[in-house]
Design a binder for this molecule. Structure first.
Ligand SMILES: [Zn+2]
Length: 213
């Protein structure tokens, strides 16, 4: 997880320098068939779906036993209402859940997650999912703190830093979304032009511009 935007060093270390620089945001499966003796046992889609559902059911039962049933006061109160102190913006990356990494309990954080944890500037007709979440958090829930957190090895940030000025988009939505951070990208490139790409990514992962809300 990244730190705040004002305290990153001029040449931050990478956590895994062995990782390829041109890592795509969406990893595609290799298009080759393994030798017959290496092939996994045949699993139908129905089986895969069942396994996924069983996994979720098991997880929910574990939550109910270990968390919900052990905190009856908290969940009784949350059944009636919510009054979170924090609004948290974070990346949708599956490796980083802000409630887990920040040690927050249910009811403490109203959370928005998207690609790269972006917070677009106010625009009445665009990005209204983020706008409505901020409006609800501030006007209705009256949160005290709005926090934007980044994380290392962020695919969205790498995509933003890899964007070319010209040329067709590879995705339907991703490039236009991460362009929200274009101003931050240009600032990081301007101020860190001598750093390698990976290190520029690290710097950009720690920069968030909370704009005109
Ligand atoms: Zn990310």
């Amino acid at each position: 997880m990244g730190g705040c935007c004002c305290c990153f060093p001029s040449k931050p270390p990478r956590e895994n320098p062995m990782h390829p620089i041109a890592e795509p945001l969406i990893k595609r499966k290799p298009n080759h068939t393994p030798p017959y003796h290496q092939r996994p046992p045949v699993t139908t889609h129905a089986h895969k779906g069942m396994n996924a559902v069983v996994r979720l059911k098991t997880g929910f039962e574990r939550f109910r036993t270990n968390v919900n049933n052990k905190n009856p006061k908290l969940f009784e109160s949350l059944r009636k209402d919510q009054s979170p102190k924090y609004m948290v913006f974070a990346c949708a990356d599956s490796r980083v859940s802000p409630t887990i990494t920040l040690g927050l309990n249910p009811g403490e954080a109203f959370t928005v997650r998207n690609i790269a944890g972006m917070v677009p500037a106010y625009q009445k007709t665009r990005h209204c999912s983020v706008g409505s979440a901020i409006e609800f958090a501030v006007v209705v829930l009256k949160v005290e703190c709005i926090v934007v957190i980044g994380h290392s090895r962020c695919g969205g940030i790498r995509e933003l830093l890899s964007l070319k000025d010209e040329g067709p988009n590879a995705y339907h939505f991703i490039e236009d979304w991460v362009k929200i951070g274009m101003e931050a990208k240009k600032k990081v490139q301007r101020e860190n032009r001598l750093l390698p790409f990976d290190d520029q990514c690290t710097v950009l992962e720690k920069v968030r511009l909370l704009k005109t809300f």
